[in-house]
Design a protein around this ligand. Structure first.
Ligand code: HAM
Length: 425
């Protein structure tokens, strides 16, 4: 049996990195007063049609849709925003103190052609902030991404920002795009010909036609913004400047999801050889999404990071974020009759926060020492009849090979001192 195409198993180093990153995300989110949310991995298909948009590649080509045994149309979530918005509305969280910042972390599913940094099941860490129209929240959301990359020591990143303006600006822009593309309609791919009427903005995001000259010369949204939209974008830039965040205004960023208004952004890995799937995280403002999904008129802005891509970027910059999970102490019971006392000792040590492994298999001393080396433990404790009778344990430092005699009642203090006060445990 093999795993399905586009999926992968998480174990070993990768598992340790993922765990570490998950913890870091939690610590970071606490700094911003964001609250953790978990929503279902599958939702009604309609949620994504209405939320992400019928004409997007994600909904039209990439979702995993299925019917359950009750004949319901369901979809494995291709992204996190729509589910969080549904949860925000269904639980009437808009009636609580706003703004509300909701963060999430979990697997998403898209039927895409797998390649480095692109999977069919992948992890996103994301945040959605509801309840303010103020551009200061757009800037804060972008700053979270940038700060996270800074905290991780990642240097090769590039922040691209753009604005799609409000409804009126978008409408003007749409008209301009239709007039512009009309003479070239037959030069466009089949998908773009469909998009022409329904959603001409999507044409700019086309993976087939993207490099053609007609795309490069297409009208830019920045020329169709009304005053309100311009002001919003200027303020976002002002707040980013105030936080010393470097960015590039890139009018080609239109995003592959339909819900955006005003600010959109993508953070790229600017690392040589990274490959084409180089957007580590992205997001933007969506002032109409809550209403479109059936809630009150409440604005939102958020981001999502592709965890695998971020880990790949870290690897390419030689940054190892694993936290040590190797055991610190290895306990060797000298035969079956010493196992109960050893178990008692191991249990006590673990309850005191130490990472402990023991010999379960009655190995001889030589192969136990070998095993302790393999595990790279710092201390070895042998529990034999003598030790049980005298209550004096021999602790062997497996690195320096020094030996210590320690009374069993003083063991925790001794280890605390030697291994540091294990706050993190
Ligand atoms: P998105 O750009 O579709 O936005 O995805 C965000 C990030 O998820 C991408 O930048 C990328 O790092 C990662 N990603 C997407 N697809 C894949 C894939 N097939 N394999 C690996 N990584 C992938 C959203 O999903 C929006 N919900 C972001 C957002 C939140 N906007 C507002 N709030």
């Amino acid at each position: 049996m093999q795993k399905p195409k586009g999926t992968y198993d998480i174990y070993g180093n990768k598992a340790e990195q993922m765990l570490y990153f998950r913890k870091l995300a939690e610590t970071l989110m606490n700094m911003y007063n964001a609250k953790y949310f978990e929503t279902p991995i599958f939702e009604s298909s309609e949620l994504f049609h209405r939320g992400v948009g019928e004409t997007t590649d994600i909904v039209s080509k990439e979702t995993y849709d299925f019917k359950d045994r009750g004949d319901r149309n369901l979809t494995l979530r291709p992204e996190g925003t729509a589910g969080i918005v549904r949860c925000f509305i269904e639980n009437k969280l808009y009636a609580e103190n706003l703004p509300l910042k909701a963060w999430y972390y979990g697997p998403m599913f898209r039927y895409e052609r797998p390649q480095a940094g692109r999977h069919r099941e992948f992890y996103q860490f994301g945040l959605e902030a509801f309840g303010t129209y103020d551009p200061i929240m757009d800037a804060e959301v972008i700053s979270i991404l940038v700060n996270l990359f800074k905290l991780l020591g990642l240097k090769g990143i590039k922040v691209n920002i753009n604005t799609l303006g409000d409804k009126e600006s978008r409408e003007n822009y749409r008209e301009a795009l239709i007039s512009y593309f009309k003479p070239y309609i037959n030069d466009l791919c089949d998908d773009c010909q469909n998009r022409f009427e329904k959603n001409p903005l999507r044409i700019l995001d086309c993976k087939v036609d993207g490099e053609k000259d007609i795309m490069k010369c297409a009208p830019k949204i920045t020329d169709y913004l009304n005053d309100e939209s311009k002001k919003h974008f200027d303020k976002v830039k002002e707040y980013l400047d105030a936080m010393d965040i470097n960015y590039v205004v890139n009018p080609n960023i239109v995003r592959g999801l339909d819900y955006y208004t005003h600010t959109v952004f993508e953070v790229e890995a600017d690392i040589e050889g990274f490959g084409s799937q180089n957007v580590l995280g992205a997001g933007g403002r969506y002032n109409n999404l809550v209403e479109n999904i059936g809630g009150p008129s409440i604005p939102g802005v958020g981001f999502a990071i592709g965890v695998e891509r971020l880990l790949l970027a870290l690897e390419m910059e030689g940054i190892d974020i694993r936290e040590s999970s190797t055991p610190e102490i290895y306990v060797i019971p000298m035969g079956d009759e010493c196992k109960s006392k050893s178990m008692n000792l191991v249990n006590t040590l673990r309850l005191n926060g130490f990472r402990v492994e023991m010999d379960y298999n009655n190995r001889n001393l030589k192969s136990n020492f070998k095993n302790a080396d393999k595990l790279n433990v710092k201390y070895i404790i042998i529990v034999g009849e003598d030790e049980i009778n005298t209550k004096i344990l021999t602790i062997k430092d497996n690195y320096s090979k020094e030996e210590y005699k320690v009374n069993v009642y003083e063991l925790i203090d001794f280890l605390d001192e030697k291994l540091g006060d294990n706050d993190e445990n």
